[in-house]
Design a protein around this ligand. Structure first.
Ligand code: CP
Length: 311
C-alpha cells in the first residue's frame, strides 16, 4: 500500500480496501494458533494514543501489533504530561522522537488524526476521531460480511440509531456505498446528520420501513456523551421506536446478519435475545478486528501481500 497513514475510509480506493481485506484473510489464522505470533513487524514500534475510552479498538490494536512481533506502548493521557497542558501535537512529536513507527490515535476532535498525520513522519492510524470516522471499524465490518459470503454489490444494509454522532456510521456508509451496496440510515430526525444523502445513504425515519428486505442490520449505540442536550424524550421511547426486537428482525430478509460495533446497550438499541441470536455476528466483528488491524499495521509499515511473513 502506497500510503503513510490511514485516517479515513473516504480516502481508500476499492482496490486498497480489497488489499487490506485479503491481507487480513491471510493473518486471521495466526490468532487460531497455539503460538499466536509471526515475525512480520519485528523491530517496529506501535504507540496506542487513546484520548477517549476504548475496549475493542485499543485492545485489538495491541494484540494485532504483538501478534506481528512489534513493540507496543499503550500511552495513557491521564497519567501523562497531557494533564500538565502538553498539546496533542507536542505529545505526538515527543513520541515520534522516540522512533515510533506507527501512532494509533483516538481523539474526541474530528480531524485530529488527519492533522497529526500531516505533522509527524510516523504512520498515523485513526482509531476514531469524534463524530468523523472510524476506518478500521468499517474495514472489520466489511471483512465480517465478506466472511459470511455476502457480495457487497447489491447488498442492502440498514444502519440504525444515532447516525449524527456515529463515526462508525460515517465510515460504513462511505465504504458500503463505494463497494456498491444500498445503504439505508434510520433514526430520529434529531439524530440524522444534514445532507447524509450526499454520502450515498437513503434516509428513513421509521424503523419497520427501513428494515424491509434488508440483508444486514447494523445497530448503533446512543452516543449520549456526545449529544450535549436531550435529542429524544426518553430512553424508553427511543427503545420502543428504534430498538431491534426479535419481531422486527422478521421484517428483514431470511438469514439477515445483525451487527453492532459495540459497546452494546442491551434493552436499549438491541434486545438481549437479538444480540445473542444466531443471526448476530457481534463477536465475530470483534474477533475479526484483530486480523484487520494486523493487516493495516503490516501494510502501512511497508509489508506486501506477496511476501507475507506468517511462518
Ligand atoms: N467499536 C469500538 O470502537 O469499540 P471501542 O470504543 O470499545 O473501541
Amino acid at each position: 500500500m502506497k500510503r503513510k497513514d490511514l485516517t479515513s475510509l473516504a480516502a481508500l480506493s476499492p482496490e486498497e480496501i480489497a488489499l487490506i481485506l485479503d491481507t487480513a484473510d491471510s493473518f486471521k489464522e495466526v490468532s487460531a494458533r497455539d503460538i499466536k505470533k509471526v515475525p512480520a513487524l519485528r523491530g517496529k514500534t506501535v504507540v496506542n494514543l487513546f484520548f477517549e475510552p476504548s475496549t475493542r479498538t485499543r485492545t485489538s490494536f495491541e494484540l494485532a501489533a504483538k501478534r506481528l512481533s512489534a513493540d507496543v506502548i499503550n500511552f495513557s493521557p491521564s497519567s501523562s504530561s497531557v494533564v500538565k497542558g502538553e498539546t496533542l501535537l507536542d505529545t505526538a512529536r515527543n513520541i515520534e522522537a522516540m522512533q515510533a513507527d506507527v501512532i494509533v490515535l483516538r481523539h474526541a476532535a474530528a480531524g485530529a488524526a488527519e492533522s497529526l498525520a500531516r505533522a509527524v513522519r510516523s504512520s498515523v492510524i485513526n482509531g476514531g476521531d469524534g463524530w468523523h470516522e472510524h476506518p478500521t471499524q468499517a474495514l472489520l465490518d466489511l471483512f465480517t460480511l465478506r466472511e459470511k459470503k455476502l457480495e457487497f454489490a447489491g447488498l442492502t444494509v440498514a444502519i440504525v440509531g444515532d447516525i449524527a454522532h456515529s463515526r462508525v456510521a460515517r465510515s460504513n456508509i462511505c465504504a458500503l456505498h463505494k463497494l456498491g451496496a444500498e445503504v439505508r440510515v434510520v433514526g430520529p430526525p434529531t439524530m440524522m446528520p444534514l445532507q447524509v444523502e450526499r454520502l450515498g445513504a437513503k434516509v428513513y425515519y421509521q424503523l419497520d420501513e427501513a428494515l424491509a428486505d434488508t440483508d444486514v442490520i447494523m445497530m448503533l449505540r446512543l452516543q449520549l456523551e456526545r449529544q450535549g442536550r436531550a435529542l429524544f424524550p426518553s430512553i424508553r421511547e427511543y427503545s420502543r421506536l428504534y430498538g431491534l426486537t426479535g419481531e422486527r428482525v422478521k421484517l428483514a430478509k431470511p438469514g439477515v446478519v445483525i451487527m453492532h460495533p459495540g459497546p452494546i446497550n442491551r434493552g436499549v438499541e438491541i434486545a438481549p435475545e437479538v444480540a445473542d441470536s444466531l443471526s448476530s455476528v457481534i463477536l465475530d466483528q470483534v474477533a475479526n478486528g484483530v486480523a484487520v488491524r494486523m493487516a493495516v499495521l503490516y501494510l502501512l509499515c511497508g509489508g506486501s501481500k506477496k511476501e507475507l511473513m506468517i511462518e
